[in-house]
Ligand binder design. Structure first.
Ligand code: NAD
Length: 493
């Protein structure tokens, strides 16, 4: 019998709704039943969150951090369960869940549980009014609706919950209906470690139902959305009432490799940048922008290394290639690549997965494309799959120009032994994150987000925390001052 998950609403796990059996994209096996909520249940969760917010907003930072730390410890003690569920539900390799997604999420929880960077207020001076002082307070927004995509469900749940809770908000988290399991587990664990009822609610279901109800609910004060650029743009105009929005959207990120880089490390980094999670990461480095003088040898080395990636069952710790999480995504990748090839792109490499993956699983072979012209859809649009397009440049300024030749601006990589040059280039890339001689290194201390069509606002870091707050300025005039006489004299003779 598969485990059953209801939705966490207030102090209850609610099992009313459409019961759905989830199957693993890794091998097609039944993994769990979940309940897709309707609009009524979603609104009930908002109501519970609203009641809880009224009390939670007065809690001290110490109380919030103590609970977050207990949550981190609780998840740590069950890390194997989380990793297994995450891989079964998404199809990502168990090695990735075990060694990256789950431990990183726990580390990120610990960061918010211990950071001293955020305080509830700061003092300012008013140079115009000597003798007075100001207090800038960071008050919570109230109820935060957090809407998440299917690709990194556990990390996403942590990134949505921890900063919002630390800032004093209550949250209704809506994980993707494809991959809600670890978020639902986290909701259970939040309750287990003592978060007051209603502070953490987790409600899964379709975007058109649960997401839509959240957007239409006037008591939702902030929407923290991560997903596709198309949905992100659409929901901005759907929302009822004035809501704060942060949008973490898609990408088409370049990895720039200069001839003077440590090319062996760069080759591994470029492959890691695109083939981790089978390219289903918003910041995946899907465009290789390589210096012309080393193009042949570098691409040759990439193909050698690619040939070594081991297909298999993602639940096997020896497997390197993750499954494709949804059938729709698998079709989208295949269609985009086929169209690119029809338009003249050349397949330099495509892994042979035939009979090397579980029969019930969904996969797409790691692929390398060349002769991709800028006008092609594969060059412009996010594929969100294991497909790397090769582009080249002759000069530093051309590298920047090619890298910025996209409507997206989420992330980029720059590979060079000349750190001065690498930093000069990084500062000219229109993207929210630029890694130098590295890729996918995520830190909870570092704000993440996008330029251009990749988003609005930031998640994580101090900037991400501040997004979950509204500022209140308190002007304090301790005693009667000369300045009062001047001011009041403006209207009183
Ligand atoms: P999606 O936009 O289809 O869905 C994202 C979330 O929005 C889901 O929970 C979905 O149910 C919900 N949703 C869909 N329609 C809605 C509506 N009308 N109203 C309210 N909610 C709605 O994205 P996806 O396919 O789940 O995820 C893949 C996308 O997410 C990619 O574009 C990827 O780049 C992006 N992504 C971005 C980041 C980032 O940090 N920038 C991280 C991960 C994924």
């Amino acid at each position: 019998m598969e485990p059953r998950y209801g939705n966490r609403i207030g102090d209850r796990e609610v099992f009313e709704g459409e019961e759905v059996l989830l199957k693993s994209p890794a091998d097609g096996r039944d993994i769990a039943t979940v309940v897709y909520a309707d609009a009524e249940r979603t609104n009930e969760a908002v109501e519970r969150a609203r009641e809880a917010a009224a009390v939670w907003k007065s809690s001290t930072l110490a109380v919030r951090q103590a609970l977050l730390l207990r949550l981190a410890e609780r998840v740590q003690s069950r890390a194997d369960t989380y990793a297994t569920l995450e891989s079964l539900n998404t199809g990502k390799t168990l090695r990735q869940s075990n060694l990256m997604d789950i431990p990183l999420g726990i580390e990120n929880l610990r960061y918010f549980a211990t950071t001293k960077e955020f305080s509830l207020e700061r003092e300012i001076e008013h140079p115009e009014y000597p003798g007075t002082r100001g207090i800038v307070q960071y008050a919570p927004m109230g109820v935060v609706a957090a809407i998440a995509p299917w690709n990194v469900p556990f990390l996403m749940a942590v990134w949505k919950l921890a900063p919002a809770l630390l800032a004093g908000n209550s949250v209704v988290l809506k994980p993707s209906h494809h991959t809600p399991l670890t978020a639902l587990e986290l909701g259970r664990d939040a309750s287990e470690v003592g978060f007051p009822p209603g502070v953490v609610n987790v409600v899964t279901g379709r975007g058109s139902v649960v997401g839509d109800a959240l957007l239409h609910n006037p008591h939702v004060n902030m929407v923290s959305f991560t997903g596709s650029t198309r949905t992100g743009k659409a929901i901005l105009s759907t929302a009822v009432g004035l809501k704060r929005f942060t949008l973490e959207l898609g990408g088409k990120s370049p990895n720039i490799v200069f001839a003077d880089a440590d090319l062996e490390t760069a080759a591994k980094g470029v492959l890691f940048g695109i083939y981790l999670n089978s390219g289903q990461l918003c910041e995946s480095g899907s465009r290789l922008v390589v210096e012309s003088s080393i193009r042949e040898s570098f691409v040759g080395r990439l193909m050698e290394l690619l040939g070594r990636m081991r297909p298999g069952n993602p639940m096997d710790m020896e497997t390197d290639i993750s499954a494709i999480t949804t059938a729709e995504q698998q079709r989208k990748i295949a269609t985009m690549v086929d169209q690119g090839v029809s338009a003249g792109a050349k397949v330099l490499f495509r892994a042979d997965l035939a009979n090397r993956t579980p029969p019930g699983g969904r996969f797409y072979p790691p692929t390398l494309l060349a002769d991709v012209r800028p006008d092609m859809e594969v060059a412009r649009e996010e594929i969100f799959g294991p497909v790397l397009s090769v582009m080249e440049f002759g000069s530093e300024s051309e590298a920047v120009e090619v890298a910025n030749r996209t409507d997206y601006g989420l992330a980029a990589g720059v590979w060079s032994a000349d750190l001065e040059k690498a930093q000069r280039v990084a500062s000219q890339i229109d993207a929210g994150t630029v890694w130098i001689n590295s890729y996918h290194m995520l830190s909870a201390a570092a704000p993440r987000g996008g330029f251009k069509n990749s988003g609005i606002g930031r998640e994580l870091g101090l900037e991400g925390l501040l997004e979950c707050t509204q500022t209140r300025h308190v002007f304090v005039n301790p005693t009667h001052a000369d300045i009062d006489d001047v001011a009041y004299g403006l209207i009183l003779p």
